[in-house]
Ligand binder design. Structure first.
Ligand SMILES: Cc1cc2nc3c(=O)[nH]c(=O)nc-3n(C[C@H](O)[C@H](O)[C@H](O)COP(=O)(O)OP(=O)(O)OC[C@H]3O[C@@H](n4cnc5c(N)ncnc54)[C@H](O)[C@@H]3O)c2cc1C
Length: 445
């Protein structure tokens, strides 16, 4: 690249880090500015009393082809761990294996008449197959016409909605079927069912934070650096103003990648016109609360994740047993269970203090799945709030992404990346980061 342009990447989540790596590989000088004191954003692992706790993403899926390729490139392939067990959902006090596999076809969780209705869903999948692309969400805008709730009530059944569709939507994304587009459901099903071996899920030996740390390795990275504003300058570049440890930092950049959640964009770019401001302002996020509890014993080994239907509880969305994921997540003889509040519960209960929330979450688990109660041998508990957990892929969002893909939002050498553009998971964030870097390089050339 002629004259090595200077690029500022804002945000060291996996989208920003993937963008930065691609830009460095193309010969750019890159500075990454991150508000938090650590890298990774919503992909971050902490260690408490020798136990690994995921503060954001918990697993990678076998259809994350770009993430898996990066893992190989970064030399992490030997640290990839396949998660052996499935998830189960609860009905009337009984756990039923549900996912990730075709088990739903055989489960007594719902009756055979209900299962027959699933053939409608299979038909939709077949019909729309060519536009259901996990790496190009904009292609599915044509089926972004109804929520999963409306679609299931019209064509499937209330029971399938509440016991088969709602638990993973809530337990994985903290969304509700009423605010999830059927396009998202069809894309996720297509991706999950497309491999001959079915859906498999993975983690890394040191937790998924290991991926973020490896992506950040060797980059010029400033932590605890909050970007306050980005302003176009007279020469076609940008002036970036940030707060670093009480001092103000000013950088001149030839190009900028904004890889923060969408909600941060209008604050940083106050000069955006109304149309672009409205684009970012329309993107909503689910919230959750993660309560990680360490115990002196081992919890049941049967399943990795428990998904709780809202019909059974308004509070918990999921619980995951960390040593089922990989025994190395806790020292021998110990265990960690992570409980997550549903999106609506996290929003409704946000004014409660940590202690009250933890008590409520543990009492709910004891009532729903007593065998998983860690309280009698509790070692520690830590509560983490995620006010912006996952961007909603609700009705209308695919049309927004389509506009973005047509180039109606970006201008000049300022590009955007993040899971709200590429897909609400690690793979979507990484793809969006790499694509943003590609657009910026093309612009600068
Ligand atoms: C509880 C939870 C569970 C999840 N589970 C999974 C899972 O199992 N599998 C999966 O694939 N995905 C999962 N996800 C989703 C996945 O974590 C995200 O999709 C992905 O990490 C988003 O990456 P990103 O880079 O787009 O955004 P982020 O990770 O949010 O990165 C944005 C970065 O920008 C920084 N920033 C913001 N404002 C500024 C500023 N003004 N100046 C400087 N920096 C700033 C932030 O601090 C942050 O580090 C989960 C998410 C959550 C919250």
């Amino acid at each position: 690249m002629s004259g090595s342009p200077h690029i500022v990447v804002i945000g060291a989540g996996v989208a920003g880090l993937a963008a930065a790596r691609r830009l460095v590989a193309a010969g750019a000088r890159v500075t990454v500015l991150e508000r938090a004191p650590v890298v990774g954003g919503r992909v971050s692992t902490t260690v408490v009393e020798g136990c690994q706790i995921e503060l954001g993403a918990e697993f990678l899926a076998s259809f994350y082809t770009r993430t898996m390729a990066l893992i190989k490139q970064l030399g992490l392939a030997r640290d990839l761990r396949r998660i052996p067990s499935s998830a189960a959902t609860l009905r009337d006090g009984r756990l039923y294996p549900l996912w990730p596999s075709a088990r739903v076809a055989f489960t007594p969780l719902v009756g055979s008449r209900q299962k027959l209705a699933l053939s409608y869903l299979a038909g939709s999948l077949m019909r729309h197959r060519p536009i259901l692309d996990i790496h190009a969400f904009q292609r599915a805008a044509a089926v972004d016409d109804a929520s999963v709730g409306d679609y299931a009530r019209a064509h499937l059944s209330e029971e399938l909605l509440e016991y088969v569709l709602q638990p993973p939507i809530s337990g994985i994304f903290y969304w509700t079927p009423e605010r999830t587009s059927r396009a998202m459901l069809l894309i996720a099903l297509r991706a999950g069912l497309s491999r001959p071996a079915g859906l498999q899920i993975f983690t890394l030996r040191e937790g998924l934070g290991q991926l973020a740390r490896a992506l950040a390795d060797g980059l010029d990275l400033r932590l605890a650096a909050e970007v306050l504003s980005v302003t176009p300058d007279d020469g076609g570049g940008y002036a970036v103003r940030a707060h670093v440890g009480g001092a103000e930092l000013r950088l001149a950049a030839d190009g900028v990648v904004v890889a923060t959640p969408a909600t941060a964009v209008p604050r940083m770019l106050p000069w955006l016109d109304d149309e672009r401001r409205a684009f970012f302002a329309a993107i909503d996020y689910s919230s959750t609360v993660n309560l990680a509890v360490g115990t002196r014993g081992r919890l049941p080994r049967g399943v990795y994740g428990l998904l709780f239907p809202r019909r059974e509880t308004p509070f918990l969305a999921s619980a995951t047993v960390q040593t089922v994921k990989d025994p190395g997540f806790a020292p021998r003889g110990r265990d960690v269970i992570c409980l997550h509040l549903s999106g609506p519960a996290a929003a409704a209960l946000r004014q409660y203090d940590d202690e009250t929330l933890a008590r409520l979450m543990l009492a709910d688990l004891r009532r729903l799945a007593p065998a998983y109660d860690p309280a009698p041998t509790m070692l520690f508990q830590r509560l983490y709030r995620c006010p912006e957990a996952l961007p909603l892929f609700d009705v209308g969002h695919f049309a927004r992404i389509e506009r973005f893909a047509r180039g109606e939002i970006e201008a000049g050498a300022l590009v955007f990346a993040g899971d709200y553009l590429g897909g609400p998971f690690v793979e979507g964030a990484i793809i969006s980061g790499e694509q943003a870097a590609g657009r910026l390089l093309a612009q600068l050339r």
